[in-house]
Structure formats: structure tokens, C-alpha cells
Write a protein that binds this ligand. Structure first.
Ligand code: ZN
Ligand code: ZN
Length: 277
């Protein structure tokens, strides 16, 4: 049982952050405590999240930095504006019943100024069993917190050469769109904000494929208007979760993808002609 939820927690954190994680579980007493860090940095050289029982059936996650995290903190301070914005949006996506304490910093404006950065997120009075509660708090709190740190550190964003060599505005935009669509932290935020269903056809892959249903993709909306009227990137509004089929369908028009409304219209017309699937 315990091994089972540990695997789930690990899988969800690694999928959401795009990084390998290390984890220790403390099973003393009736309730479980958990400590999570990025495997390549270990506990001392990077950020960690510690999840502990708090009060009556509650849990508190503390995000902090290890003793020797100076180098990674400097790397975080060099993070671009878009990374900072996404990290803040991920922390902001915590459910309203999670109490967030940023130790004097503002929600949506916080920065990591030094290794003494600290944040706590507290969920009070969970109702399920200890294992279930830890699994849920991990998903709802630990995953977005670690994803925020992964974004600031800049894990694994593999840039592809395709298009990047061209300095044309359109090519740069397309490269940006592609990078945003492939960023696992954008995907996490997108699903947290919109729910785990395709925004185009309504398909819920978990209901269809069960444990093999972690297949939603991120689509970047309105790439063209972004080129015409540049405005700040807003991951909450600019991204949509789509099932792989709808995502392919949207990108059948190039270079500017179809609107979701267009695809829905095509789907309706096709169903009127051929009957429902
Ligand atoms: Zn779909
Ligand atoms: Zn797309």
C-alpha cells in the first residue's frame, strides 16, 4: 500500500516537474512525513519540500533550500521573466483551502532572493486516511511547488534547432510556441487550471484509458495575434489542454493553427454527414 502511493507520488512529481526526484518517507507514528528533492542536486544543494502532519488531520508542506544551495539560488536568480511568471502561477494555482505563507512576500510577486527563502502551504482537517491524504496533498501542493522550482532552475527544456536559426519574427514565435507547448510545467499548470479534459472535444483520457490516460497535451492559443499585437505571456489564458487527436487536428493548418471553434465546427459538420462516432 505504502509502496504503491509512493510510486504514484514520484510519478506525478516527475511528470509535473520534468526532473528526477529523490524522496524519503518517514512512517513514524500514525502519520506519514515526506521529504522530496531533485535527484541531481540532492537535499543539500537544491530546493526541497518537506511534508509533515500538522495539527488535527492536517498537513503542512514547507519549501526551502538546502545548506549548500548557494549556486542553485544564483542560477534561479538568473531565470527569465517568463520562467518567474510561470513559477508564480504554479504556486498561485494551489487550491483556495490551502493556506499559503510566503513570509512577508506577496502571492504572485514573490522571488527567491536567497537560500533562506521559505514558503509553507497548509491544508487543515483532511478527511481521508493518512496514505490517501499524503497522496492528495502531494498532488495538489507538492507537485506545483516542486514544478515552480524546476521552472526557475530551468530543467530540461530541450531547444530544437528547427526554426531557431532563422531570425524571422514568425520563426522565433513558432519556436517559442513549440517550447511552451513542450514544457512539462506549462502542461501541469494548464491541467490544474482547466481540469484534465480536452478543451476541444471534452474527452477525459483518464476515464477512457485509466492509468494509461496521462496523455493530454498543451496547445498554445492565438499564436498569430501574439505576433500582431505583442503582449505579455499569460499561461492561464494562452494555453489549452487538448487530447492528442484534437491537437493534431488543430495543427493541420500551418503555420497558424486552427481555432478550437473551427475544429468543433468541422467535427459537427462531419458528424452531421457521417453520423456520430
Ligand atoms: Zn479532443
Ligand atoms: Zn498546439
Amino acid at each position: 500500500m505504502i509502496a504503491a502511493w509512493q510510486d504514484i507520488v514520484r510519478k506525478e512529481i516527475e511528470a509535473g516537474t520534468g526532473a528526477l526526484i529523490g524522496m524519503s518517507v518517514d512512517q513514524r507514528g500514525m502519520r506519514t512525513a515526506l521529504r522530496i528533492w531533485f535527484a541531481d542536486l540532492d537535499e543539500r544543494r537544491g530546493p526541497f519540500v518537506e511534508l509533515k502532519p500538522h495539527g488535527l488531520k492536517g498537513y503542512r508542506a514547507t519549501l526551502g533550500f538546502g545548506t549548500f544551495a548557494g549556486e542553485i539560488v544564483r542560477q534561479i536568480q538568473r531565470a527569465g521573466e517568463e520562467d518567474v511568471q510561470l513559477a508564480q502561477a504554479l504556486v498561485d494555482s494551489l487550491a483556495p483551502d490551502v493556506e499559503l505563507d510566503l513570509f512577508g512576500q506577496e502571492r504572485g510577486q514573490w522571488r527567491v532572493h536567497s537560500g533562506s527563502f521559505r514558503l509553507t502551504a497548509t491544508l487543515r482537517k483532511t478527511t481521508e486516511s493518512s496514505d490517501e491524504a499524503v497522496a492528495r496533498v502531494s498532488r495538489d501542493v507538492v507537485v506545483p511547488l516542486m514544478a515552480a522550482m524546476a521552472e526557475l532552475i530551468g530543467y530540461d527544456l530541450v531547444e530544437e534547432d528547427e526554426g531557431a536559426s532563422s531570425s524571422e519574427e514568425g520563426a522565433i514565435l513558432l519556436a517559442t510556441v513549440r517550447r511552451r507547448e513542450r514544457n512539462p510545467r506549462n502542461r501541469l499548470l494548464c491541467i490544474r487550471l482547466h481540469g484534465e479534459r480536452c478543451l476541444c472535444c471534452g474527452m477525459e483520457p483518464r476515464k477512457l484509458y485509466g492509468d494509461a490516460g496521462d496523455i493530454l497535451e498543451v496547445h498554445h492559443l492565438e499564436a498569430l495575434s501574439l505576433l500582431a499585437v505583442p503582449r505579455p505571456y499569460d499561461p492561464g489564458k494562452d494555453l489549452a489542454p487538448l487530447c492528442p487527436n484534437c491537437h493534431r487536428a488543430v495543427h493541420t493548418r500551418r503555420p497558424v493553427p486552427l481555432d478550437l471553434d473551427d475544429v468543433r465546427t468541422f467535427m459537427e459538420a462531419a458528424q452531421n454527414e457521417h453520423g456520430p462516432l
